[in-house]
Design a protein around this ligand. Structure first.
Ligand code: SF4
Ligand code: SF4
Ligand code: FES
Ligand code: FES
Length: 345
């Protein structure tokens, strides 16, 4: 007897039903069966009245988007792994019937605008964007730029969470706009602001030159301190382990914007830069520990950090700049190279 999978499906016909119900169906499970295969089986063999949408069956058209066991996903791309599959329509969209919703929802974008050449002060401008499943905040901004207001400017490049150029403050939190799906925010208004504590060049674009200047100041490259070997510089597995979580920083600057100390001392190196410094301190191939500790130990370095953890909370890559700064402080104390505001101690 073949294994069965239970489908719990949201059923509601606004024209006939007073309230939504969850209806159970039992479906024979086959190898590699997707949620869409299960829905097709139900509609063909059990209940012809069930409504859902699909078209390409290849993850392209997005018409089969729904909430599958609590997460928004495409039914045609979701292979069944659980014994129970609970299906609900996408939240926030107008329900047509059962799992079918209108293809888009109008969502208001409140976008920070400021042109230092023409504006006396910054302001927020509102735009209405027709949002479809999977659309990111970056795509929403591109929609505004292309169809509503070509004067809006923002940075982006890779659209894949790699280059770090699209970091912004979105609905109360720093995020990469290319990785932030609008519907997943479950909000009717999307408020977008630039990274804080940096000079605004225009709208969402900030002047990153001081950031790169600080970055260059910590010598962000390996200093091996010995002649080049004939073959590559080898690391043991344990030495490589020390770099896990250290080499993933994409220099998006989100932590820098979230740090209160960066806001009060414009020369403070800041969490992104100090995180990078620790990345080289932790690398077994680097032999410049003393020089590096001195570079980050001055009046605007590690001792400015009050360990408030804002940077760690803000990091869209879930890295730990606060821990990296604590590590640098520890190494600085170990070496007796602590420099106070009043001189070396
Ligand atoms: S932990 Fe330190 S670097 Fe991070 S936000 Fe707080 S003060 Fe800034
Ligand atoms: S530590 Fe995180 S938030 Fe800070 S720059 Fe790197 S990736 Fe961005
Ligand atoms: S049917 Fe087109 S994305 Fe699933
Ligand atoms: S565009 Fe590159 S990280 Fe978002």
């Amino acid at each position: 007897m073949s294994e069965k999978v239970k489908f719990n499906i949201h059923r509601f016909d606004p024209e006939k039903d007073k309230e939504a119900i969850t209806k159970e169906y039992s479906v024979p499970l086959t190898e590699g069966m997707t949620v869409l295969d299960g829905l097709e089986y139900i509609q063909k063999n059990i209940d012809k009245t069930l409504s859902y949408k699909s078209s390409c069956r290849a993850g392209k058209c997005q018409s089969c988007a729904m909430v599958i066991n609590g997460s928004q996903a495409l039914a045609c791309q979701t292979v069944i792994k659980d014994k129970v599959i609970t299906l609900k329509p996408l939240p926030g969209m107008k329900l047509v019937k059962d799992l079918v919703v209108t293809p888009s929802k109008d969502i208001k974008f409140k976008v920070f605008r400021f042109d230092p050449d023409t504006d006396k002060k910054p302001y927020f401008k509102e735009y209405t964007v027709p949002v479809t499943f999977g659309m990111t905040v970056l795509e929403g901004l591109s929609y505004i730029q292309e169809y509503i207001d070509g004067s809006l400017v923002f940075r982006s490049s890779c659209r894949a969470g790699v280059c770090g150029s699209c970091g912004m403050h979105i609905n109360g939190k720093y995020r990469l706009s290319c990785e932030t799906q609008i519907l997943a925010l479950e909000a009717d208004v999307i408020t977008v602001k630039p990274i804080a504590h940096m000079k605004i060049l225009k709208d969402l674009i900030v002047d990153l030159e001081p950031f790169w200047e600080k970055y260059r100041s910590i010598k962000p490259y390996l200093i091996p301190g010995d002649p080049n070997p004939e073959i590559e510089r080898l690391q043991t597995q344990d030495e490589r382990e020390d770099l896990v979580g250290m080499i993933d920083c994409i220099l998006c600057g989100c932590c820098q914007g979230a740090c209160t100390m960066t806001g009060t001392d414009e020369d403070y190196l800041g969490p992104a830069i100090l995180f990078k410094a620790d990345r080289f301190v932790k690398d077994s191939r680097d032999k410049a520990l003393k020089e590096r500790i001195n570079l980050v130990g001055g009046d605007h370095g590690i001792w400015r950090c009050h360990t408030i953890y804002n940077c760690q909370v803000a990091c869209p890559k879930q890295l730990d700049p606060t821990g990296a700064i604590a590590d640098l402080k520890r190494k600085s104390i170990d070496r007796g190279t602590r420099i106070s505001f009043w001189g070396r101690i």
